[in-house]
Design a protein around this ligand. Structure first.
Ligand code: ADP
Ligand code: MG
Length: 308
């Protein structure tokens, strides 16, 4: 008999603790200002329902609501990281569900925005450039105005023409592209930036595998394509006609904007593109220039060399 009695005694003791605990928790929960408020808003809730849902109410009470007890997304104290509890009533029963919290939404937005810029071979300082940091000097006023005009239009509808920025070395042409790509992120517009000399090398290297078509597709379909330093690449008739030509042709038909930077104006670029190992091909070069004019508007940038 002894073991049974002692087990029973133990159980009763624990049960007493349980009861005490239960009463304590219940009091704590029901005196929580947010829960009081919730109950006041739902007078149809019965005493029984509240008893039944005590565990849910307790869970609600202990969780951080919309980050009110968390320092950051990483410092989330909730059971489900980045989710905030909400109480509601359905068919006279208390329900507890979770929604994304402010910090989680901001974090997801940040990741999504980071993915909006695809860049190949672009320096970090260019990828960090912002329009607000562009010095508004007289020499670059037109270029800045054109950039801002593009952004304004892009807010409602992506313009079909980008800009062909040309001018001397070091005036900030590439910087403009980085600043624009960062601004467009804010409107969920993706940009693909590539440095032309590397573009040619990359395409030649992928000729051997199947990735070339995939890459061409990426450049054809990007919301905004940015080709940095056109004319500085090794001239190849194959790249000019098969790769660049076909990308520009596609974008022209689909009315998708392209941005360029170059040390050459369009006439100079035409001569540059004409001179390949196959001889001087003015007709083919002229065809590329025509497409560039269809997908962009030529704007000169002058000013001091900022690299000195
Ligand atoms: P470009 O492409 O015309 O040769 P870059 O855009 O590379 O010139 O600019 C040259 C240097 O000047 C870079 O180091 C760039 O970060 C800096 N730069 C250009 N424009 C600005 C600006 N508005 N504010 C600060 N730095 C700039
Ligand atoms: Mg440059």
């Amino acid at each position: 008999m002894e073991p049974v009695q002692s087990t029973l005694r133990k159980w009763m003791q624990e049960n007493k603790h349980f009861k005490e605990n239960y009463t304590k928790v219940k009091q704590e929960v029901l005196s929580d200002p947010e829960i009081k408020d919730f109950i006041a808003k739902h007078p149809q809730l019965t005493q029984l329902e509240m008893e039944k849902s005590l565990i849910k109410l307790y869970e609600y009470k202990t969780q951080s609501k919309q980050c009110d007890h968390c320092s950051s997304f990483g410092g989330c104290i909730n059971m489900i990281q980045g989710y905030s509890p909400i109480l509601h009533v359905e068919n006279n029963e208390i329900r507890l569900s979770y929604e994304k919290c402010h910090n989680r939404i901001a974090y997801e937005k940040q990741i999504e925005q980071q993915n909006l810029i695809q860049s190949l071979y672009m320096p970090r300082e260019i990828l960090d450039a912002t329009i607000d940091d562009i010095d508004n000097d007289v020499e670059r006023v037109r270029a800045i105005r054109e950039l801002i005009y593009f952004v304004e239009q892009a807010k409602s509808d992506l313009p079909k023409k980008g800009i062909y920025f040309h001018g001397p070395f070091g005036v900030g042409k590439t910087y403009f592209l980085g600043a624009l790509a960062n601004k467009l992120k804010e409107y969920h517009i993706s940009s693909t930036l590539i440095y032309m000399p590397e573009f040619v090398r990359e395409m030649k290297a992928s000729m051997k595998d199947d990735s070339i078509n995939e890459k061409i597709e990426l450049f054809k379909k990007a919301d905004v394509l940015m080709l940095d330093d056109i004319g500085a690449e090794m001239q190849s008739a194959w790249f000019r006609d098969e790769i660049l030509g076909s990308i520009l042709q596609y974008r022209m038909m689909e009315k998708l904007p392209v941005f360029f930077t170059s040390n050459y104006d369009l006439d100079q670029l035409e001569s540059q593109l004409a001179a390949t190992r196959s001889g001087v091909e003015t007709v083919k070069a002229g065809r590329i220039i025509e497409r560039i004019k269809q997908v962009s508007k030529s704007v000169e940038i002058i000013g001091e060399n900022r690299r000195e």
